[in-house]
Design a protein around this ligand. Structure first.
Ligand SMILES: [Ca+2]
Ligand SMILES: [Ca+2]
Length: 216
């Protein structure tokens, strides 16, 4: 039986949400790669070609014009080093888990340099542990100039729109299909901040909607 919930719980939650937005930011995760090694908590998984060239450093390939995004170490995948005709592969770098549930807004920013070659592509994804959501994709149609110092992409996404999980992660996935002679991808300055503490408005409102339609 469908029961109509009174309006006041919604109003109450909106008031809480509005008040929460006035609070400061909490840094949930930050990675600048400036130790020049992959920090504990990251996981790396790959399939296909076993000799994928990647590292945390300034770029070592002399073909890349400019060695880093901002003069510091970064996460770098170098498919150009694998050479033409190399077997296909995909490699995924997953951040440590962080909890988005206490916040109304969870801003994720990062710097990305991508230089395309043939059909290679780079995806930035968010996962709640079950579903992966693509936040951005870079390929031959969306790439940077030859010189890395001429510019890069700065991403900005609200993760509260794609995950309600206490175990949210960002995945950086580089894919080079078989015989695709790709180039480079660099990632730096990942920062995830939560704004609005004390209540997960999306989750609470969803609960009220579910309760209404379930007749509970
Ligand atoms: Ca850096
Ligand atoms: Ca390749």
């Amino acid at each position: 039986m469908l029961m109509r919930l009174p309006a006041f719980p919604y109003c109450f939650l909106f008031l809480i949400c509005s008040a929460a937005r006035l609070t400061g930011q909490t840094v949930l995760f930050e990675e600048k790669f400036n130790t020049c090694s992959l920090s504990p908590g990251w996981t790396v998984g790959s399939s296909g070609y076993p000799d994928i060239v990647w590292y945390v450093d300034e770029a070592q390939n002399p073909l890349i014009l400019g060695q880093s995004i901002d003069g510091t170490c970064m996460l770098f995948v170098d498919d150009n080093a694998a050479g033409a005709g190399a077997p296909g592969y995909a490699i995924s770098f997953s951040t440590p888990a962080f909890d988005v549930t206490p916040y109304t807004t969870v801003e994720c920013t990062m710097d990305v340099y991508f230089r395309a070659g043939q059909t290679d592509y780079l995806q930035i994804l968010a996962t709640d542990g079950v579903v992966e959501t693509e936040l951005a994709r870079f390929d031959q149609y969306r790439q940077n100039e030859v010189n890395i110092t001429d510019g890069h992409f700065t991403l900005r996404h609200d993760l509260s729109l794609v995950s309600l999980s206490p175990n949210t992660r960002i995945i950086i996935r580089y894919t080079s299909p078989t015989a695709s002679f790709g180039k480079f991808a660099g990632i730096d300055n990942i920062r995830i901040t939560g704004t609005g503490g004390g209540v997960n408005c999306c989750g609470s409102l969803q609960y009220l909607r579910d309760a209404r339609w379930m007749g509970n």
